[in-house]
Design a protein around this ligand. Structure first.
Ligand code: GLN
Length: 242
């Protein structure tokens, strides 16, 4: 974790309970610095799609960073979330569930209202505008084309290091039957690469990783996501800093 974000803050969750965290959330964190650490910030609530896949690993990492998490299986559970994680797993199964339960539409509305979204691996596939190998429907929230299982079946547990814009050191990336981002639209920022292909991309407050940051000890990527969540929440609430 970079020192910039390691400032101890006193925080208050949406339910009024205070908690202490070494994690200072983005814009709010900057404001905390300006107020010499005496400010209070509301906690953010991150929904995690919990149909199948590694949703618990995301919950554990976000808990380490002091964020409140809630498992999401219905549109109602998404309400009140500031951010949403679409975890790795099997995108075909997840897509079918999202469509059957009305969550695909709910997530589309959530994005339109400024909710932050982070998809990892299968989650990245769900976010893509176009999915190939084989073709499948998707939420179409990021202008990119992905090829499923593009590294081959047996790259199952490859751990590599690649350059990232999020920190000076290379980022550890765990690939598990991951997709390749074959085309990234001009409005996507590429935050990390592997083998010359984008591996972590962002447009506004929507992010996708073809790897699994939740399976490493490095909190860099989730910290970045929480900063995006905090910025969005500040825009929406206006009065998040008290
Ligand atoms: N291969 C899976 C899919 O196509 C994704 C694998 C993963 O999420 N680790 O949906």
């Amino acid at each position: 974790m970079s020192d910039r974000w390691r400032r101890r803050t006193c925080c208050r969750r949406a339910d009024g309970k205070r908690f202490s965290s070494t994690f200072s959330l983005g814009v709010r964190g900057a404001a905390c610095g300006a107020l010499e650490g005496r400010c209070e910030v509301r906690g953010v609530r991150i929904g995690i799609l919990a149909v199948q896949g590694d949703f618990e690993a995301h919950a554990a990492m976000l808990a380490r960073l002091g964020a409140e998490t809630v498992e999401v299986r219905t549109p109602a559970q998404l309400q009140g979330c500031d951010g949403l994680i679409l975890p790795g797993g099997e995108s075909t199964t997840q897509l079918q569930f999202l469509q059957e339960e009305g969550l695909a539409d709910a997530i589309g509305k959530f994005a339109k209202q400024g909710g932050a979204i982070f998809g990892t691996c299968a989650g990245a596939i769900l976010l893509a505008a176009e999915v190939r190998n084989p073709r499948q429907d998707s939420l179409k929230l990021l202008d990119m084309t992905v090829l499923r299982n593009a590294y081959g079946r047996q790259i199952a547990s490859d751990v590599v290091n690649g350059p990232t814009k999020l920190k000076k050191q290379p980022l550890e990336m765990v690939f598990i039957r991951g997709p390749i981002i074959e085309r990234a639209g001009p409005d996507l920022k590429v935050l990390a690469e592997y083998a010359g292909k984008p591996a972590l991309v962002q447009r506004d407050n929507i992010m996708a990783a073809t790897f699994h940051p939740e399976l490493t000890d490095d909190t860099t990527v989730h910290e970045h996501f929480l900063r995006l969540v905090a910025v969005g929440t500040n825009h929406a609430a206006g009065s998040a800093i008290s």
